[in-house]
Design a protein around this ligand. Structure first.
Ligand code: URA
Length: 430
């Protein structure tokens, strides 16, 4: 088989055969016989011409087979996980993973680092002093049986073909493709060994999917892939136009997640956490009521146990940034929106995210949105609080957020604001 022929077949709008897909993925994952430029050409052809359901299923299967599929059969609680397609201020895993464990499930969340303006769960957890993402499979199984919750780094042995392809897609403008996103996410989640999976598919200005039709198609494709591989999968399509909660940035988000675990926190973060948790409890076949478990404090206890089991020290407190600046409202009125993309990009300029995967991220940099859609503000009132370790970083962040009135990141006008529900639809059938 020749890579050239596979590329030409997809370039010309044809479908790839099972043999072509298996050969291309396994050969590319193994080494040097397929060049990066050939793999990049194929993913661009897929980006432009798509893949049908059978091709996506085969592509996903080949990516799973390029590495290990974890065996969690010795875990004695039902396993269930969640995955978000990426949002700004999305600290939901830090709440839902311990919450589900406190409900009686085992949550084996293998996670990644952030790239660009959306943050990664590992980066957030690493804001906790001493916390380590590295775990052997035995340590993971043991912690799932004792604490019930694990957040850890995905090993290089899990879907290695996706690791290589995702890095290529990131630099070749081929990330935002439904078949490529669906197969990338699902190959990793299926390989992780969970029996149940709730997907949080974001739609809106701050998400990969800008419109509902695309988000719906992505959600259904992923639900189909999960179910075809024996994972009970469902999806919630949720709004990502505004920042989720108040905090954007690694340590700032940990603090906000802990506020929710302590029974407080912003209402949208609580609403989304409970919607996802309710679905996960259903998939895991448990009777627990997540809202009651959250209110009991049991989820906070599980979070503390999970952090401690991985070397984290919460008693040390979370570090805070050396420098702060405020951005003030230029007019009075009602907040209509806090633009997720602009705030995400600004937080990234402040040091909360990375431009290349080798870069370090700051544990303390980020943005606290002092207002939420629907809040009344007075001209001159602080609406955004910028945090950085290095004063040089403020200028680019402030430029990204500029014009904090009708056109800036915080949109203010005179109309009343009615908050739409955060969950747009729930999909459990493909
Ligand atoms: N997250 C992934 O893991 N893969 C994608 O393709 C997009 C988001």
């Amino acid at each position: 088989m020749r890579a050239h022929d596979v590329i030409v077949a997809k370039r010309d709008g044809g479908r790839l055969t099972d043999e072509q897909i298996d050969w291309f993925i396994s050969t590319y994952a193994e080494g040097s016989q397929i060049a990066d430029e050939q793999a990049a050409a194929l993913v661009m052809a897929i980006f432009l011409n798509g893949m049908d359901d059978e091709e996506v299923a085969r592509w996903t299967g080949a990516m799973i087979d390029s590495g290990d599929r974890l065996d969690l059969s010795s875990v004695d609680r039902p396993t269930v996980d969640k995955h978000s397609t990426g949002g700004v201020g999305d600290k939901i895993s830090l709440i839902v993973v311990p919450l589900l464990a406190a409900c009686g499930a085992a949550v084996p969340q293998l996670s990644g680092r952030g790239l660009g303006h959306t943050g990664g769960t590992l980066d957030k957890m690493e804001a906790i002093q001493g916390w380590r993402p590295e775990m052997s499979l035995d340590q993971m199984r043991n912690q799932l049986n004792t604490v019930g919750a694990v957040i850890a780094g995905a090993s290089a042995a899990l879907a290695p073909a996706d690791r290589k392809l995702y890095a290529l897609r990131d630099v070749t403008g081929t990330v935002e493709s439904i078949p490529l996103i669906a197969s990338s996410i699902m190959s990793k989640k299926i390989a992780e060994g969970t029996r149940g999976l709730t997907l949080d598919v974001k739609v809106g200005a701050g998400a990969f999917m800008g419109d509902l039709a695309s988000a719906d198609a992505l959600a259904r494709t992923m639900v189909r892939l999960g179910q075809a591989h024996g994972v009970a999968t469902s999806a919630l399509v949720t709004r990502m136009d505004h920042v989720l909660g108040h905090a954007v940035g690694n340590g700032l988000e940990v603090a906000e997640a802990m506020d929710v675990l302590a029974g407080g926190g912003p209402s949208d973060v609580v609403e989304l956490s409970l919607a996802l948790a309710d679905d996960m409890v259903r998939l895991a076949g448990l009777d627990a009521v997540p809202a009651d478990v959250l209110a009991s404090g049991a989820a906070m206890e599980t979070f503390e146990a999970m952090v401690a089991a991985q070397g984290g020290d919460l008693s040390a407190g979370l570090a805070t940034a050396e420098f702060r600046r405020e951005i003030r409202a230029q007019r009075s009125g009602v907040v209509q929106g806090v633009d997720a993309r602009r705030v995400g990009v600004a937080a990234w300029h402040l040091g909360a995210g990375r431009a290349r995967k080798e870069d370090d991220v700051s544990a303390t940099a980020g943005i606290v949105c002092r207002v939420r859609p629907g809040d009344e503000v007075q001209a001159g009132q602080p609406v955004l609080e910028l945090h950085a370790d290095d004063e040089q970083r403020f200028a680019r962040a402030e430029a990204e957020l500029a014009g904090v009135d009708l056109i800036g990141a915080v949109r203010i006008d005179d109309e009343a604001y009615v908050a739409p529900p955060i969950v747009i639809e729930a999909i459990s059938e493909p």
